[in-house]
Design a protein around this ligand. Sequence first.
Ligand code: EPU
Length: 422
Amino acid sequence: MDSIVVQGGTPLRGQIPIAGAKNACLTLMPATLLSDEPLTLTNAPRLSDIGTMKLLLESLGAEVSALSDGKVLAMSSHGLTSTRADYDIVRKMRASNLVLGPLLAREHQAIVSLPGGCAIGARPMDIHIDALTAMGAEIDLRDGYLHAVARGGLKGARIALRFASVGATENTLMAATLAKGTTIIDNAAREPEIVDLARCLRAMGAQIEGEGTPSIIIQGVDRLHGATHAVVTDRIELGTYMLAPVIAGGEVECLGGRLDLVAAFAERLHAAGIEVTETAKGLKVRRNGERPRAVDVITEPFPGFPTDLQAQMMAMLCTAEGASVLEERIFENRFMHAPELGRMGARIDVQGGVARVTGVDRLRGAPVMATDLRASVSLILAGLAAEGETIVNRVYHLDRGYEQVEQKLSAVGARINRVKGI
Ligand code: EPU
C-alpha cells in the first residue's frame, strides 16, 4: 500500500482548488436509478469511492461514463437488469446503501447487503428501514441482506427520524419523489449535500420543499426525467485545506470555498485567532506567525461543527497555545488518530467520546498509520507542522476522499510525496 512522506516546517503560500463534494456525489449518483432518462453530473470529484459507486450502479444495469478526465459523469438507467447490491461492493463503501431508496421507488423491490460496522463505529441502518417501512415497504433481514418490497409502490407518509441521519434523509427523500402522495420528513438532516440532492431531484422534475430545514415536504410524481447538475463544493476538503496554513503557517486561498458551507468551523477558527476572509474566488486563510489559541469543539449535525473535520481540527489543536476539549457526538469511535498524533509528540488524553488536547510547541515527524479517511489527512496536516519527516503509512483510505492531495499541497509549497507500495 502507498505511503505519503511529508517534510514539515515549510509555510504554505498560494491557491488550492476545491473539488466537488464526495458525499454529495455519492448520493447524486444513485439518483440516476429514479429515471429512465440520462442524468449528468458535472464538477464530480475524482476519487476511488466514486469508482466504487460506478461499479455498483453498473452491476444494477445502469450505464456510467466518466468524461472530461472524470469530472463529468454521464449516467443512464433506462435498462436496469438487477435490484441486488452485492456484499462484495457494499462492504467496501457504506454509501452503497443509498441505492435502497431509489430501487424501491422505481422497481418496488431491492436486495441490499447490510454494510456492517466500520472503523469509526457500528453505523446501523434502523433509521433508513423505519422510514421506508412507514412508506409501505416490507423489509426483512436474511443472509446479511435487506430484502425490501413495496407491493403496489411506496406511499407518502409523515416520518419523524429519531436522529437527523444524513443517509436516511437521502434514501427517504429519493424514495419519496416517486411515492404516491405527500411525504413529510421531520427531523431531517440539513447538510449541504441534502440541499444539493434536493436541487438535482427538482431539476429531474421532483416536487420538493424545505430542504436545508428540519422538515422536507415531497409531493410524489409519476416519473422523473433527465437533468444535468453541478455537484456542490466539498466542504470537508475545503475545511481540511483551510487548516493547512493554520498548521504550517502562511496564507492559502481555497478556490470555490464558501463561508456558508463551513460557518461553524470558520467560527472556531476565528475563536482560535485565525483570519478567514471571503474573496472573489473563495476563502483565504492566514496565520500571522503566532500559534493559534486553544478552542473547544463539539461535533454535531449541520449546521454544527462537522464530525468529518474533527480529526483535522485535532491535528491543528496539537500545536495551539493552551488546552482544548474535543467532544465527538456523531460516531462512537472516531479518535483513532489520537494515538498516532501521540507518536508525533502530541499530548492527547481520550476518555470515551471526549479528547483533551494540550498544545505543544512543536510536533516531531514519525512513522504513523492511517486508520480511516479523515484520520489519514489529519496525520498529513500534522506532518506539515512537524520537525523532520513524517511517513503516513496505509493511505488507501485517503484516495477514497481526497483527489491529488500531494499535488494540491506541493503546489502551495509543502514538501510532500507519495511512495508507491505493493
Ligand atoms: N445511525 C443510526 N442508524 C441509522 C443511520 C445512522 O444509528 O439508520 C447513526 C450512525 O451510526 C452514526 C450517526 O447516526 O452514529 C450518523 O450517521 P449518518 O447516517 O448521519 O451518517 P452517514 O449517512 O452514514 C454521512 C457521511 C459521513 C459523515 C456522516 C455524518 C456520506 C457518504 N457519508 O454518513 O462521511 O461522517 O454523514 O455527517 O455522506 C466521511 O466522508 O469521512 C464520512 C464518514
